[in-house]
Structures are given as structure tokens and as C-alpha cells.
Design a protein around this ligand. Sequence first.
Ligand SMILES: Cc1cc2nc3c(=O)[nH]c(=O)nc-3n(C[C@H](O)[C@H](O)[C@H](O)COP(=O)(O)OP(=O)(O)OC[C@H]3O[C@@H](n4cnc5c(N)ncnc54)[C@H](O)[C@@H]3O)c2cc1C
Length: 246
Amino acid sequence: MWNQYLKPETVSDALELVNYYGKKSRLVAGGTDLILALTEGRVPPCEALIDISNILELRAIRTTNGWIEIGACASLSDLICSPVIQYHAPILIAAAKQIAGPQIRNLATLGGNIVNASPAADMVPPLLVHDAVVCTKSIDLTGREIPLQDFMIGPRQVNLYPGELVKSIRLPFPPDGVRYLFRKVQPRRSMAIAILNLAILIKIENNRINHIRIAMGAVAPTPSRIRSVEQKLTNQTLKTVKNSST
Ligand SMILES: Cc1cc2nc3c(=O)[nH]c(=O)nc-3n(C[C@H](O)[C@H](O)[C@H](O)COP(=O)(O)OP(=O)(O)OC[C@H]3O[C@@H](n4cnc5c(N)ncnc54)[C@H](O)[C@@H]3O)c2cc1C
């Protein structure tokens, strides 16, 4: 399936390897999607696997100048344990806890969940309601910042150039006083792919919806924001809904 397994320790070393092996190589982070795809023959064999999970700068979770910055190789367990995420973006924790079991979550990364580009990827709707931006790095050390919605092109397709990797995912600080909801509809209680995943970020003031962002996954080729519903609900006053059968 592959001839060489390489484990660089810096981003520039990783990019040099990507540049050297070109199309004969593949990046691997946690490997929970890719290794399975290689062993099952859904992805063609390659000369070199370039494992970026050891690169410390790709694992950092921090805040900088009004942004929450999450290294692409932060694992789902790293997110769950992060005080920064708990404080600023707890919906990511709610979503990560719904993915697989602890063994997979210890390996699976946020970057891998995005680049794998499954329509049902559970981390994507929560990132969309946070207006996430994907930050990349290329061999010449230039980078791009792409809104997550534009990064996802279709099932298993993302807006990543050859020789480019995802360095981090950035979220602007959310408005003060927002609340969150994440729901996953799945055929079993755990260890299942979503039939629907839904993320909502909402701010209610004086019984009125001041701000709302809604994103859904598993119902279209890529997860996306439901802007028409957001517009209809913004500025609506909350009413008690009566049971129609009474
Ligand atoms: C038993 C099991 C249960 C699962 N349950 C769920 C679930 O409930 N919900 C869910 O959403 N997912 C689930 N998954 C899928 C998987 O665990 C996640 O998608 C995970 O986040 C992928 O991350 P990874 O680091 O393992 O990616 P990898 O397998 O390492 O990589 C996936 C793809 O992304 C590319 N890539 C990775 N990192 C980068 C980067 N920084 N830059 C550029 N390219 C990169 C790789 O080249 C590869 O093409 C499950 C998997 C298993 C095996």
C-alpha cells in the first residue's frame, strides 16, 4: 500500500517531502480515514506516507488577536480537553464527543475530518456556525486563508493545491452571550455515521432572536449554512409553541 513511512517534525520538512514525492505521496495525520481507505483499496497505493501528527506547531490550540486558532493536527481528544475550546467554542466539544470512541478520538484530527470531506463529517457544521477559516501552507511558505464553506467543493473534494497542507483552522471570537446546540441523528446510539448533523449558534435578547447561525451536514454533497432559515428567524420574538393536538 506504501513503501516508505516518513515522520517529519517541522512544517517546512513536511512540505519539502511533499514537494519531493509529489503525487506519489500522501499526507497522513491520525490515519483513521486514510489507512482504512488504503487497506480497502478505495485510495490507490503510494510511494510515501508523510505523517504530520508529530509536528508540535500543528497541534497547538490557542487564542490570538480575536481568533481561536486550532492546529490542523489537534486530535478530537485534544479539543475535548482544551480549556480554550471549552470557553470559546464548546459546540466543538459536543460534536467531538459524538465521534467514534476514545481510541479513534485520540488519533483522529480536526484537519483530517475537514480534508477527508465526508458530507457527514461531524466537526464541519459546528465549525461553519463559527465562521471558520482554513489556513494553508505551501512549499514556498506562503499560505491562504479560505472560508470553510468555500474550502469544501464536494464529497471527498477540497480546495487544496498540490503541495499544500492545512496548517490550522481559525475561528473569530463568537458574539458575547451566544448559546449552542449540536444534534446528531444516527442509526445507533454511538459509533455510527450521521444521517443528519445540526449545529446552531444563537443569541437571544429580551425574548428576541438577535443572532442565529444554522448549519447542517449529511443532507447535501457538502455541509452548509442554512441562510434562508437564519434570515427568517432573525429578529423573531420567541413564542410558546402550543401542542397542535390540544
Ligand atoms: C471506527 C470509526 C468511526 C468513525 N466515526 C466518525 C464519526 O462518527 N463522525 C465523523 O465525522 N468521522 C468519523 N470517523 C472518521 C474519522 O475518524 C474522522 O474523519 C477523522 O477526524 C479523520 O482525521 P484523521 O487525522 O484520522 O485523518 P487521516 O485519515 O489522517 O486523513 C484524512 C485525509 O485528510 C488528509 N489530511 C489530513 N490532515 C491533513 C492536513 N493537515 N493537510 C492536508 N491534508 C490532510 C489526508 O491526506 C487524507 O486524505 C470514524 C472513523 C472510524 C475508523
